[in-house]
Design a binder for this molecule. Structure first.
Ligand code: PMP
Length: 429
């Protein structure tokens, strides 16, 4: 590693060191830790953001393809969202009684989300997936659940990970994780745990497309077994269609969870679903939140929906996202790189493979290093805003071209590790 070079984010790293000393984990979200980027090269702190751009602590400007890890799909400082927040700020952020705004926001969700006949607002994705699973357990009278990889930081989601400290063993026995598209494991679990599974909670799409009618098969198998199908649309919600990925794919779950993009950058989440289920569950469960009806976020949500309804948001995000993916893969082919861009326009990811087609953390690190140094920022995957201009996309592809060329040449010359100016990214779970 080229250690002699002074880090371009030296000041930030000093700040991070102090943060680690006084904030548990250094920050509030694992995906924002200094170690998720190329430590020593990637920005560590952003101090300002506008549109699709963010500025780091050192003053460098980036095109941001992560957009707050998803919340700012309609762009940082979206004028309509900002105006709605300012207007609401004048009359109040929270009261001692509910505001009629809660009803307006609920009616809006019911209007646009196919499975929504009733809703409940919360603040974070984790809270809302927790509420959904509790509703499913209460409604079915069953304890076991089948889940995807990440739905939040609660016990049932982390019991089987390396970060399961403080989680009672009992959670492990009631939760089964399945990989996206693995319908055979789902079938096996339903056979092995007859009349015991309350729900299947999965993201309707991660980056792999549903294969062989996966979502419809899940819909059928849950129905046949008296279990609920829950879509975790914390990431996919509002990105794939106004009505979420359920509208995009046309397979409708019993319950669904939204977060991230719905608040336009403010903290808001919701669990929505069939009235019969939520009405029955409400008699025996307790879900309650002081800030659940906080009004700036609800006002922001209504403005987000207005943007999505009045601007060609989804047409644009599929167009530019798919274009970036296709052009990236053409560039990779041109340079002989085996790094691949996968997914659909609203949510892209990369498979970081070396020229021998093996997963390779050093190839990933070098590629990321060269991309970020040229002012393109993303964390694990790309959750772009539809506000990217054609110019932004053009510049991004130019950067990818240069980074792919440099990385592939280094692979061929055996100099990948020599060219690294920072440490490989680390994923916590
Ligand atoms: N579900 C999914 C699919 C997520 O990606 C996340 C967060 N990244 C969550 C749930 C949890 O959301 P939050 O961080 O707002 O609690």
């Amino acid at each position: 590693m080229a250690t002699e070079k002074e880090s371009r984010v030296k000041k930030s790293l000093e700040l991070w060191k102090h943060a680690e000393d006084i904030i548990m984990d250094g920050t509030q979200l694992y995906s924002k830790m200094a170690s998720v980027g190329v430590k020593g090269v990637s920005p560590v702190y952003f101090i300002k953001a506008d549109g699709v751009y963010a500025w780091d602590y050192e003053g460098n400007k980036y095109i941001d393809y992560t957009m707050g890890l998803g919340p700012c799909f309609v762009g940082y400082n979206n004028p309509k969202v900002k105006k709605a927040i300012q207007k609401q700020l004048e009359v109040g952020t929270i009261f001692s009684l509910p505001s009629p705004l809660e009803i307006k926001a609920a009616e809006t969700l019911i209007d646009i989300i196919p499975c929504a006949e009733m809703v409940r607002f919360l603040k974070t994705g984790s809270e809302a997936t927790q509420a959904a699973v509790r509703i499913a357990r209460a409604y079915t009278g069953r304890e076991k659940i089948i889940k995807g990889h990440y739905h939040g930081w609660h016990e049932w989601c982390l019991a089987d990970t390396t970060k399961n400290g403080g989680i009672p063993q009992v959670y492990k026995d009631t939760v089964f994780e399945v990989k996206y598209n693995d319908i055979d494991t789902v079938k096996k679990l339903f056979d092995q745990h007859k009349n015991e599974i309350a729900c299947v909670i999965i993201e309707p799409i991660e980056t792999e497309l549903p294969k062989d009618n996966y979502l419809q098969k899940l819909r059928d198998i849950t129905k046949q077994n008296g279990a609920l199908l829950i879509y975790d649309e914390v990431v996919t919600g509002f990105r794939f269609a106004l009505g979420g990925a359920q509208e995009y794919f046309g397979v409708i779950p019993d319950l669904a969870v939204f977060g991230k993009a719905m608040g336009g950058g403010l903290p808001l989440s919701a669990v929505v679903g069939k009235k019969e289920i939520m009405q029955k569950a409400k008699n025996c469960i307790f879900v309650s939140s002081t800030f659940g009806g906080e009004l700036l976020s609800l006002a922001a949500f209504l403005a987000v929906v207005d943007v999505l309804k009045t601007e060609p948001v989804h047409e644009r995000i599929f167009k530019i996202g798919n274009h970036i993916r296709d052009e990236f893969n053409k560039l990779a082919l041109k340079h002989g790189s085996k790094i691949e861009c996968i997914g659909l326009g609203p949510r892209l990811d990369f498979k970081y493979r070396n020229i021998k087609e093996q997963d390779d953390i050093y190839v990933k690190t070098l590629f990321m290093q060269e991309v970020v140094k040229r002012g393109i920022f993303f964390v694990w995957n790309m959750l772009p805003s539809y506000k990217l201009s054609d110019q932004d996309v053009k510049y991004t592809l130019k950067v990818f071209d240069e980074a792919l060329k440099l990385t592939t040449e280094a692979e061929k010359n055996g100099t990948v590790k020599d060219l690294l100016e920072g440490e490989p990214p680390i994923k916590v779970i």
